[in-house]
Design a protein around this ligand. Structure first.
Ligand SMILES: Nc1ncnc2c1ncn2[C@@H]1O[C@H](COP(=O)(O)OP(=O)(O)O)[C@@H](O)[C@H]1O
Ligand SMILES: [Mg+2]
Length: 337
């Protein structure tokens, strides 16, 4: 299998989300999969009406892959989406599709789609400036959650305790002319500092963990110091997570579920979820799960697991030692002359 993984940053240890890309590289090399990590911004998007395959990357033509894995998440720009659509139209399967990546890159759009399908969500209002604090108080009450539309890793999310704090924040956002890049959301108090992340692949809940913050924060993100423990989701929760992915058209997703007093509420769905915490908590290889599911879907034979390079090295050392410890060949007895 030949895959492209699209990532818009450098693959270096100190770069957020690069660790996941490295895990894909490692798993691909062990499974004998050719994986090219490409930056979507480095493609030339040439639409010329011809029928054939066209992919120009940094001035070079690239052969057609079997599969494209976009790992650009909520930072997917218009250009990247156009690149995804370009290859989708040329018949390359994407996990996830451009439409699904676009739908979940915007937290409000995700919630609009889910709410339209009757899936429980926290009540949410799109920011409009100047903000009418009375509407916020009446519809959502305080404390209230404030989020940027495209935040990730818990960075663009905060809790406003009361009307005064909210007024200060609203004035600040208004002064900064932030436009409508914010949503205000009902605070699901019962879920303070904990939620459940379910990994869904091809319509199956593959693994789940409960995440808890360790510093009293209402946010449970692992990237902010939250801890994850393996969790067996009850069947209604697993079914809900799967339904979320179906409604949003996601083949692979990390679905975040808040635990309210009267049931579950979907916080968000991630099209390229971080998974270091999940791998640690659940002892699975997320890239392998994805590769295997996609091989199945593409009708390709299962992976022939290759020995890792250190194993190959170890084996060759072992062989060398074995050779050395063989008794030295004895001189052939000479026939007396
Ligand atoms: N409405 C809410 N009520 C309670 N906790 C919330 C709410 N929204 C988010 N959280 C907490 O904040 C975390 C981060 O929010 P989320 O919308 O998933 O942003 P991000 O995309 O940055 O992870 C969630 O995992 C959850 O723990
Ligand atoms: Mg989240």
């Amino acid at each position: 299998m030949h895959c492209w993984l699209l990532f818009h940053r450098e693959v270096r240890r100190d770069v957020p989300e690069a660790a996941e890309v490295m895990r894909f590289q490692q798993a691909a090399s062990e499974a004998g999969i050719r994986l090219d990590v490409l930056n979507p911004r480095h493609f030339e998007l040439i639409v010329d009406g011809s029928e054939g395959w066209s992919a120009v990357y940094q001035g070079r033509r690239l052969p057609k892959p079997d599969l494209i894995i976009p790992r650009t998440g909520s930072e997917t720009s218009y250009f990247t989406l156009a690149v995804l659509r370009h290859f989708e139209r040329q018949g390359v399967p994407l996990v996830n599709s451009s439409g699904a990546v676009e739908a979940v890159a915007d937290k409000l759009q995700t919630l609009q789609i889910l709410s339209g399908a009757g899936i429980p969500i926290p009540k949410t209002i799109l920011g409009k400036f100047p903000v009418d604090v009375n509407v916020i108080e009446r519809e959502l009450g305080f404390p209230v959650v404030v989020k940027t539309l495209r935040g990730t890793r818990g960075n663009g999310v905060l809790l406003c305790a009361n009307r005064e704090q909210f007024n200060d924040l609203a004035n600040l956002l208004d002064g900064a002319q932030s436009g409508s890049d914010f949503i205000f959301q009902q605070y699901v108090e019962a879920s303070h500092g904990r939620d459940v992340r379910v990994l869904v692949i091809n319509g199956r809940a593959v693994a789940a963990m409960e995440r808890r913050s360790t510093d009293g924060s209402f946010k449970s993100n692992i990237s902010l110091g939250g801890v994850g423990t393996a969790f067996e989701p009850p069947s209604d929760m697993a079914e809900l997570a799967v339904r979320v992915t179906q409604v949003l058209g996601l083949d692979v997703a990390g679905v975040d579920i808040l635990l309210d007093r009267d049931g579950y509420r979907i916080c968000e769905a991630n099209s390229s979820p971080g998974f270091q915490g999940l791998e640690k908590a659940c002892g699975i290889s997320v890239p392998n799960e994805i590769f295997n599911a996609m091989r199945n879907r593409l009708g390709l034979p299962p992976a022939q697991r290759r020995r890792s390079s250190w194993k190959r090295l170890l084996d060759s050392l072992r062989n060398a030692v074995r050779l050395d410890s063989r008794p030295a060949p004895t001189e052939p007895a000479r026939e007396p002359t």
